[in-house]
Design a protein around this ligand. Structure first.
Ligand code: PLP
Length: 688
């Protein structure tokens, strides 16, 4: 069962709403502008929904327009306000110089302000109202600027943090300043969760989106205060009293009506206190599962359906992948920015430290949530905590899975390499990133490793061990240490050094036996330029002591190349095409190539939490992307054997394939869309 905890992005459609939408499509399908009976029935339905919304929002004599969603509502409000400002200015009235919006506003608001400001030639200054550490608007700042504002846009509650704005405080500031600013309040996240008595406020415009409250996408509402300026965004057939032309989205309106009716019936939606109780249970579970978890917004000041938290040492991306593996859908911020994997601008505006903005996760549920759903969510959070402990990512250790071989940790493009020998219980750390210090220490402690050395590839530094020497392929004698059955040799490289790992024989480490070379930034074309003579020198120096197939592990990896070889470095850069198989192609591919090795590159905690697909006749290997170098060598010795990589979304498996293809394995493929689409593909599931 999927635990969908991303209601602030969108919600499923309530059962009653689906029925109502179907009815509006199949039976009461009339055009509300038609004057025959079919049309009249449709109009009656539409009027009834509007009336219900009017009561819920206490809209008084204001207008309530059906629109396609909040973005359209925001356009209409901003166009209306800015057109009025232009007219006032043309009439010689003072309109101020500012268009203000809250710094944590949904991007639809500042972007719309900028858009219409430019199109209408207003040339006003679009400026953010700062927020404090709690995410609330800085009222002192607003007090200073209110008199100079032509329009003020704030949200009733924030989509990422759930922080509830002090609308009464903002209204008081505007009143005290004698401001004539037009005021838009984005009510999207407040609908159905907070009482909004719109007609009793000075709010001029309030947009809402149905799909944030169990109605389908494509239907929304815009409240316009009686007497507030209005300019239609859509002109045409004169629907909605000519305020918004275009035949109405009747199935959407019917569905929204069913949701509003459910809000009224007192059974379908939980009370504020119940929702707070549910959120408390989730928060408690998070605290137990992730020691050190920090909540990024005050629970007392936010919606009872939203939690935003960060876990020290763990990125949003890692947490998202882990929850997704446990079939718990959460988000790393707003849905729009999640794909870009950028730190949340909302948390940045609140002045939270960088680690918190980079680790933030949002859990949000809808107000019609069931108790059993919360209980299951709590159980899954505990399972995630257990997976973290078993993979040494949590403060409390718990029977860790064996962590042998080489691990690459990437922090903002900088790589830390851990080289571990399970049998010998020893480990070497190369280029530890300060930001990962806690996580590395935790990992070493949890695995019970003796740390033989902590090494840097740059700048030049001393060898920490009592010296043992090895002779390299070019005859030079260098310092070395033993790591289990292998040797790690230090190769001076001017201002830096490389470390070579391999099996030494009789005091010699010959080039063909060097399996891995940690070369720092020696080969980074981005840093030193691909035609740089220094790069050529470094390549030659390395070529004298390592083999053409020795895997070179860099200190920086900004474009997810993972590892390279001298042979690959001499090829022109480029991305391989045609590397993806969709689920249907995969089924066919596997039947034609029974020798295929299927590789799961998800991280160990994801593998622990999710079921691996059934693959009765094909070899399946787990090789997390962070450990890919451990698999590369043996895969590269069999370039004819097909390799198919998969992960959650197809992104990491794509990186693995690009790496393998660059290193000469032309028979490697990635499962497009990852497990998310694979599981959906029943034809495939049945064929294996
Ligand atoms: N405002 C807020 C606070 C939101 O959360 C969203 C959607 O995420 C929007 C506006 C835009 O809504 P829509 O995309 O439905 O038009």
């Amino acid at each position: 069962m999927e635990i969908y905890l991303d209601a602030n992005a969108t919600t499923p459609v309530l059962a009653q709403a689906r029925v109502a939408a179907m009815q509006a499509m199949a039976e009461e399908f009339g055009n509300p502008s038609s004057i025959h009976s079919t049309g009249l029935k449709a109009r009656a339905m539409m009027d009834a929904v509007r009336q219900r919304a009017r009561q819920l929002l206490d809209a008084g004599a204001g207008q309530l327009l059906f629109v396609s969603g909040a973005t359209e509502g925001i356009q209409t409000a901003v166009l209306s306000a800015l057109s009025a400002l232009r007219e006032r200015r043309e009439n010689g009235e003072a309109i101020g110089s500012l268009l203000l919006y809250g710094a944590t506003e949904h991007k639809a608001v500042p972007e719309t302000l900028k858009h219409w400001n430019q199109l209408l030639g207003l040339r006003l200054q679009v400026q953010a109202i700062p927020v404090d550490r709690d995410g609330r608007h800085d009222l002192a700042w607003l007090r200073q600027h209110a008199a100079d504002a032509g329009m003020v846009c704030v949200m009733a509650a924030n989509n990422e943090t759930g922080v509830i704005s002090d609308l009464a405080g903002i209204a008081a500031v505007l009143d005290e300043a004698g401001s004539r600013a037009l005021w838009m309040v984005d009510g999207v996240q407040a609908l159905g969760k907070l009482p909004l008595h719109l007609s009793q406020t000075r709010i001029d415009y309030a947009p809402f989106s149905g799909h944030k409250l169990y109605a389908p996408k494509g239907i929304g509402l815009l409240y316009v205060r009686e007497g507030a300026p209005f300019t239609p965004l859509l002109a045409g057939g004169g629907q909605e009293s000519s305020l918004r032309s275009g035949t109405e989205n009747m199935s959407g309106i019917a569905a929204l009506g069913a949701v509003l009716a459910a809000l009224d019936d007192g059974r379908s939606f939980r009370s504020h206190a119940e929702l707070e109780g549910f959120r408390f249970r989730l928060a408690e579970a998070l605290q137990a599962a992730f020691p050190g978890v920090v909540f990024n917004a005050s629970l007392a000041l936010s919606l009872p359906t939203t939690l935003n938290f960060s876990v020290p040492g763990l990125s949003s991306k890692l947490l998202l992948d882990m929850f997704d593996a446990a079939d718990v859908r959460v988000s790393g911020g707003s849905a729009c920015s999640a794909a870009k994997a950028q730190p949340s601008f909302v948390l940045q505006a609140m002045g939270l430290p960088e680690w918190q903005t980079a680790s933030a996760v949002r859990m949000s549920f809808g107000p019609a949530v069931e108790e059993a759903f919360i209980a299951e969510a709590v159980a899954r959070i505990h399972a995630c905590g257990q997976a973290m402990r078993r993979t040494c990512l949590s403060g409390a250790d718990d029977e860790p899975l064996a962590g042998d071989g080489v691990v690459q940790l990437n922090y903002g493009g900088a790589c830390t390499w851990l080289l571990a020998d399970q049998a010998d219980q020893s480990c070497v750390v190369i280029d530890p990133q300060p930001e990962l210090a806690g996580r590395i220490e935790q990992y070493l402690r949890c695995q019970g490793y003796r740390v033989l050395a902590v090494l840097e590839t740059s700048p030049a530094s001393d060898w920490p061990q009592p010296s043992t020497s090895l002779t390299l392929a070019d005859g030079q004698v260098v310092q070395a240490l033993q790591l289990g059955g292998q040797w790690l040799a230090r190769l001076p490289m001017g201002q830096a050094q490389a470390y070579l790992l391999g099996k030494a024989r009789e005091g010699r480490l010959v080039a063909a036996d060097v399996t891995l070379a940690f070369c720092g930034d020696a080969l980074m074309p981005d840093l030193i330029g691909s035609a740089d003579p220094m790069r050529e020198q470094q390549l030659q120096r390395l070529a004298a002591v390592i083999g053409p197939q020795t895997l070179i592990c860099p200190a920086h990896d900004f474009d997810n190349r993972l590892a390279t070889t001298l042979a690959a470095e001499r090829l022109p850069p480029g991305r391989a095409a045609g590397v993806e198989l969709n689920a249907a192609q995969l089924a066919d591919f596997l039947l034609r190539h029974p020798e295929t090795l299927v590789v799961d590159v998800r991280e160990p905690y994801e593998q622990l939490l999710s079921q691996t697909p059934r693959l009765s006749d094909w070899a399946l290997q787990a090789m997390p992307l962070s450990r890919l170098v451990n698999g590369l060598q043996s895969w590269l010795t069999e370039p004819q054997r097909p390799l198919v990589f998969f992960c959650r979304s197809g992104n990491r498996s794509g990186q693995a394939v690009q790496c393998l293809r660059r290193l000469g394995h032309a028979n490697s493929y990635s499962l497009a869309g990852g497990l998310a689409l694979w599981e959906r593909h029943e034809a495939f599931a049945h064929s294996i």
